[in-house]
Ligand binder design. Structure first.
Ligand SMILES: CC(=O)SCCNC(=O)CCNC(=O)[C@H](O)C(C)(C)COP(=O)(O)OP(=O)(O)OC[C@H]1O[C@@H](n2cnc3c(N)ncnc32)[C@H](O)[C@@H]1OP(=O)(O)O
Ligand SMILES: CC(C)C(=O)C(=O)O
Ligand SMILES: [Mg+2]
Length: 501
């Protein structure tokens, strides 16, 4: 039977160290509840000595969630440890995570100490923590660059002092997978009391190796992995939860199993991205917008014949409704035929060839080919009847007073106008459009990206609308951010089936 792999989520501690990602207590509780539903085993809720707000967050999270073990971080400093223990007083099961730097760099140049004195502080800290809580985890900071013999002695000493989990961080993301795996193996083979503790991995992504190193650690005996949702964390980030969990699920030869409800991965990723104002790169493994999108002809043909030709994970397994076939100038006939048949045009042979030629000319000049473009390829008369046209947009806004907008759309050939107010001009414009369309759509994701750094820059807007449980992506580029938002919204509307608009 596979061993249990303990999933230690540090999104609310290491993840929250990202500049601009700081959360208030209510937001942290929302994230903690989402992580609990996802099935994480240990939830590192914060660094309680760092501020009254973080102390309060750890305390409130301890009250709000009951399944995961709640963990509080501290230095190897008695006051930190005492405050961490106080913050955990409502936790059903609390853990103190204390530790100290163990590499030559940290011992000499950060702590300005000696290896012997650092070992003494480590042992003292673990004993002090054990007097306050049952569960103590020790982190050997910068273990990835530590002298191996010293690391073995340190791990043996802290286990003897009462640590039940020993975390071996590659704090600077320096190790190669073979090197990191060898460190874990060294500890398994040379620490005399290692059977009394669980070894944990905690890898950073400075060389893009965090997931590979974590898996190397697991293959060599680690049974706890410290991860964050979307891989966020200090500098280049931490190992991402979704990557490790899905790598393990995809490779049965890794002899471990997790309790993660993988179908909740996508939703959890979005909740965290939104609350932390941290967009997810489109090509991010598992949760990126393009993780299940196929855009070149050979791939699209393969996926349409059998999804598994180009997908190692069923998107439903991670909570993504379905893979998508995106039409671009690199698409072939199979993809075009697929989209046309969805629109009710089952073309074959020379008819398909003829439309494909015209499609390629269009696709060479336009990056994103949607319903609107396909309908116009099939005959301009269809266009007016089936599409939403943005005829006019006017808006204004004043600091502290929100915004107002009026929008005119042509819907099914009929012109309609509406006005609305909102918390700013963009919100007002989107509300105006929503008032004009007959069915409910939810704006689920909204990204604005400036191309360069000038105030005269073109901004690119991406919106994801949900309608009847399905996602529709809209894109637009304009120098005017409000107009770009309106156009992206309408672009997504135009990708929905006619009856939904
Ligand atoms: C690898 C990691 O991610 S560790 C976690 C990183 N997270 C954070 O640092 C966020 C929380 N931190 C804080 O709020 C503050 O830095 C505090 C409250 C911990 C300390 O604040 P200050 O007392 O002002 O110290 P400051 O941050 O300037 O310096 C850190 C001190 O801790 C010492 N230190 C660092 N790590 C440890 C450790 N694990 N154990 C003991 N001492 C440590 C440093 O040597 C330095 O000591 P010095 O002032 O005697 O040189
Ligand atoms: C505090 C420890 C676990 C850490 O975040 C690191 O070493 O990267
Ligand atoms: Mg870290």
């Amino acid at each position: 039977m596979a061993d249990k792999l303990w999933i230690f989520d540090t999104t609310l501690r290491d993840g929250e160290q990202v500049p601009g990602c700081q959360l208030n207590t209510d937001e942290k509780i929302t994230v903690a509840r989402a992580l609990e539903a996802l099935g994480v085993d240990i939830l590192e809720a914060g660094f309680p000595i760092s501020s009254p707000g973080d102390f309060n967050s750890v305390m409130e999270i301890s009250k709000a969630v009951s399944n995961p073990i709640i963990c509080a971080l501290s230095r190897a400093v008695e006051k930190d440890i005492q405050v961490a223990a106080d913050s955990l007083k409502y936790a059903k099961r609390g853990r103190i995570h204390t530790g100290i730097g163990v590499s030559g760099y940290h011992i000499q140049h950060k702590l300005r100490s000696t290896p012997e004195a650092v070992m003494e502080r480590a042992v003292k800290a673990v004993k002090f923590a054990r007097n306050l809580v049952e569960e103590v985890e020790f982190y050997a900071e910068d273990a990835g660059r530590a002298e191996p013999g010293y690391l073995v002695q340190m791990v043996e000493a802290v286990i003897a002092a009462g640590a039940r989990v020993v975390n071996i961080p590659d704090t600077t993301g320096y190790c190669l997978p073979e090197q990191y795996g060898a460190i874990i193996r060294l500890l398994k083979e040379n620490v005399s009391n290692i059977d009394r503790a669980i070894i944990a991995t905690h890898c950073h992504n400075d060389l893009g190796l965090a997931t590979a190193n974590t898996l190397a650690g697991v293959m060599n005996g680690a049974r706890q992995v410290e991860v964050t949702m979307n891989g966020i964390g200090e500098r280049a980030g931490n190992t991402s939860l979704e990557e490790v969990v899905m790598a393990i699920k995809s490779h049965k030869e890794i002899p471990v199993a997790t309790g993660i409800v993988t179908q909740r991965i996508y939703e959890t990723s979005r909740i965290i991205s939104k609350l932390m104002n941290m967009p997810i790169q489109p090509n991010k493994a598992i949760v990126g917008r393009n993780a299940f999108a196929h855009s070149s002809g050979i791939h699209q043909d393969g996926v349409l014949k059998n999804r598994e030709n180009y997908e190692i994970i069923d998107p439903k397994e991670v909570g993504v409704e379905e893979s998508s076939i995106v039409l671009t100038a690199r698409s072939g006939r199979a993809a075009l035929k697929h989209h046309l048949s969805l629109l009710g045009f089952p073309l074959e042979g020379s008819e398909l060839d003829e439309v494909y030629e015209r499609f390629l000319v269009l696709a060479d000049s336009k990056r994103d080919i949607g319903r609107k473009e396909l309908l116009s390829l099939m005959g301009e008369h269809m266009d007016h009847a089936a599409l939403v046209h943005l005829d006019d947009v006017a808006y204004q806004g004043k600091q502290g007073q929100g915004g107002s907008a009026s929008v005119t759309l042509s819907l099914g050939g009929e012109q309609k106008s509406s006005t609305a107010t909102g918390n700013g001009p963009v919100d007002a414009v989107i509300r105006s459009i929503k008032q004009l369309i007959p069915h409910q759509v939810i704006l689920d994701e909204f990204l604005i990206q400036a191309m360069t750094k000038g105030s005269d820059d073109t901004c690119k807007v991406h919106m994801r609308l949900m309608s009847q449980g399905k996602p529709y992506h809209g894109f637009a580029s304009e120098t005017d951010i409000v107009l770009a938002s309106a156009k992206a919204f309408v672009d997504a509307l135009n990708k929905m089936p006619v009856k939904q608009k």
